[in-house]
Design a protein around this ligand. Structure first.
Ligand code: IPE
Ligand code: IPE
Ligand code: MG
Length: 255
């Protein structure tokens, strides 16, 4: 089914400026590197913390749009294992914002039947952030309409090292044989093993690198880059990115 540009309703809800999207070929899993909050702040003459606040509005818009379209999984890169290199002031502002976002949004996320999962070294986060994230995961554990997968204190290398360690322990304890360690086994030991691989990766702000994001899972993802800074990214930008995804020929090494 193809939706013409003038059609502005999906699942009975109003969706402005929808480009022609083939609803039968939507990505099952969209991953986003939300980048450019700092540059947005600089452009607007505000603090970096205010840039992150502005970015939270984009998170709301993109979660809503994904839910409306019927996307199965949305993974958002919120804080990397390398982001600890930033100033204490910025890092604490980010975690304050996370708790504030959960406080404001969790109820509607739950009402929308969205399940929250967290990907990363949760135990390395400030206590308050851990509590809020665990509460969000527990509250929404039974939800089935969409998964909102938040990558926080996440690094793909850390994830692969953690998986290797879990596998090593299982082998040492005799629960696993070395010959059973294959791609499927490794995938089962990632942080959130139940998720399908992302079909599509979006990175905002014009940067063209992975910055240690989902190195294993992104092997065959279509990469869509946009110069738009994350706080300016809204529903139409997501539709445009999906339209670009739908214009690609995915071959998976075949012909
Ligand atoms: C992304 O925006 C948010 C996080 C990494 C937490 P940045 O803060 O990286 O913004 P720029 O790249 O400095 O513009
Ligand atoms: C990647 O953005 C991490 C997140 C979006 C959370 P960065 O801004 O940290 O990445 P680099 O430093 O430009 O590679
Ligand atoms: Mg950045």
């Amino acid at each position: 089914m193809s939706i013409p540009a003038i059609e502005n309703s999906v699942n009975g809800r109003n969706v402005p400026e929808l480009p022609s999207l083939d609803l039968s070929r939507l990505p099952r899993h969209i991953a986003i590197i939300m980048d450019g909050n700092g540059r947005w702040a600089q452009q607007h003459g505000v603090t970096r913390a205010s840039g992150h606040e502005a970015g939270a509005k984009s998170v709301r818009a993109v979660v809503e749009a994904s839910r409306e379209l019927g996307i199965g999984v949305l993974s958002l890169y919120a804080f990397s294992t390398e982001n600890w290199r930033r100033s204490k002031l910025e890092v604490s502002a980010l975690f304050r914002l996370l708790s504030k976002y959960i406080g404001i949004e969790l109820e509607s996320i739950h009402k929308e039947n969205i399940r929250v999962t967290v990907m990363g070294r949760i135990e390395g986060l400030p206590a308050r952030a851990q509590e809020d994230l665990r509460h969000a995961m527990e509250l929404t554990a039974g939800n089935t309409a969409m998964v909102l997968n938040v990558a926080i204190n996440y690094g793909a290398r850390a994830e692969l090292a953690d998986a290797a360690r879990k596998i090593a322990v299982a082998v040492c304890e005799g629960r696993l044989q070395p010959e059973d360690v294959d791609e499927a086994c490794l995938a089962r030991h990632l942080y959130v093993p139940s998720l399908p691989d992302p079909d599509m990766l979006i990175r905002t702000s014009g940067e063209m690198r992975l910055s240690n994001f989902m190195l294993w899972q992104l092997s065959y993802a279509e990469i869509v880059l946009t110069p738009t800074l994350w706080p300016d990214f809204r529903k139409p930008d997501l539709y445009k990115a999906i339209a670009e995804f739908q214009s690609r020929a995915r071959r998976f090494g075949g012909r």
